[in-house]
Design a protein around this ligand. Structure first.
Ligand code: SF4
Length: 391
């Protein structure tokens, strides 16, 4: 073992929280096997040999965006070639199709559309709830929530906006839009987007209202190792708060997202390597001791690497996904889907037990497109902190 990792290994074995300095040492080490082994140990304490997947549908309702983030190849300006926008009826039709195919969740995000009114979003949620009532709606990043607050002239009433969306059918928040919580990186790569304090405020409000949420980190562009670790520590702190204040909502999952350079203004950068992907997943598991789950998003990390990542701290592989546009580049077919059999085979081959879950990590019992869940999430202890896991 890399001697620098020895004291960190002792802490992990003792169930102690790692410091920011430990995180930097882990990301700076080339000893990927020791890092993986430590993350695997934490993963097994929490989840044993279980590896979760879910059957969901991603929908990007529009790629029209008021901003032009440098790392983004998804956005278009209105009227530009390739710009599109779903009507609320089209979204409802997609929901019906997803439910008929057995999906338990719709994952909906889009650009910051400068012209759509707030009513479009509530009607979208109500339309889905009417057309496919059993689908859990996980929708709108914190960046979109702030945008919706602005367009409804309620910039200071994030709680009110979230309450309206919840009443219309919103079930939880995805973790996107966090990028890297650092002002230098923010100003260089995604100026105009909300800063870390606002991203965290949205999630705190959601947790206070009883909504579960996820978190992401977009790594492998212009950020430093220190920036990555600071980002994880800020998430850990926000989760400590949600737990100690006893909110029904909290972060469920961290999803480290590798930067995909193609088609973005930062195309000249190489993007992260496979080893960096594995290390980032493992270090997320080690640092975020109060997060229940670490997810590999196979669309970006590939299914092959996601399979291997199960031994590097990951306990969840994002489910079957259709029409995921965000990382689309011209050379790649935008219709991206992995069948359940293929996902399960990848998990079993890696030596784990595949368990289908719903959005809230309840076990799903399935008979074709029909399904039921096992009941409530349960709270398990991780060191001094409480986290949730599926029953
Ligand atoms: S990352 Fe999001 S906010 Fe930034 S340009 Fe792309 S769609 Fe718009």
């Amino acid at each position: 073992m890399d001697p620098k990792l020895q004291p960190i290994a002792e802490k992990v074995h003792a169930g102690e929280r790692l410091s920011e300095r430990d995180g930097v040492a882990l990301l700076g080490s080339r000893d990927i096997w020791s890092i993986g082994e430590l993350a695997g140990l934490v993963r097994e304490r929490l989840h044993g040999r279980t590896a979760y997947y879910n059957i969901n549908r991603h929908l990007n309702y529009s790629n029209v965006c008021a901003l032009s983030c440098k790392f983004c190849s998804f956005y278009r300006k209105r009227g530009q070639d390739g710009a599109y926008q779903f009507s609320t009826e089209q979204v409802a039709e997609e929901a019906v199709r997803a439910a008929a195919a057995g999906a338990t969740e719709m994952h909906i995000v889009g650009g910051l559309h400068p012209y759509l009114p707030f009513a479009y979003y509530t009607e979208m949620l109500e339309g889905i709830r009417q057309a496919a009532p059993r689908l859990h709606i996980k929708a709108f990043t914190a960046v979109e929530i702030v945008h919706l607050a602005r367009i409804s002239q309620r910039a200071k009433d994030l709680g009110g906006v979230l309450s309206d969306l919840k009443a219309a059918g919103l079930g939880s928040l995805p973790g996107g839009g966090a990028e890297v919580f650092d002002d230098r990186v923010h100003d260089e790569a995604f100026k105009g987007k909300i800063r870390s304090d606002m991203w965290l405020t949205v999630h705190r409000e959601a947790h206070r209202l009883g909504l579960m949420s996820n978190a992401t980190i977009l790594y492998g562009h212009i950020e430093s190792v220190e920036d990555r670790v600071a980002h994880l520590c800020m998430l850990r702190e926000a989760q400590d708060e949600a737990i100690s204040e006893g909110h029904a909502g909290r972060f469920q999952t961290i999803i480290p997202l590798p930067f995909v350079p193609d088609g973005s203004e930062l195309e000249h950068l190489p993007g992260p390597s496979g080893l960096d992907d594995l290390k980032m997943l493992a270090v997320s598991r080690l640092m975020l001791d109060n997060f229940a789950h670490v997810k590999a998003f196979w669309i970006m990390q590939t299914l092959a690497l996601s399979q291997l990542s199960l031994q590097f701290g990951v306990d969840d592989i994002d489910g079957t996904v259709v029409w995921y546009d965000i990382t689309k580049v011209d050379s790649v077919d935008q219709h991206q889907e992995v069948g359940v059999a293929e996902l399960r085979r990848a998990v079993v081959e890696a030596g784990y037990d595949p368990v289908e879950r719903d959005t809230l990590y309840r076990r799903v019992y399935r008979d074709g497109a029909k399904w039921t869940t096992s009941g409530d999430v349960r709270v398990v202890a991780s060191g001094q902190r409480a986290v949730t896991a599926a029953v």
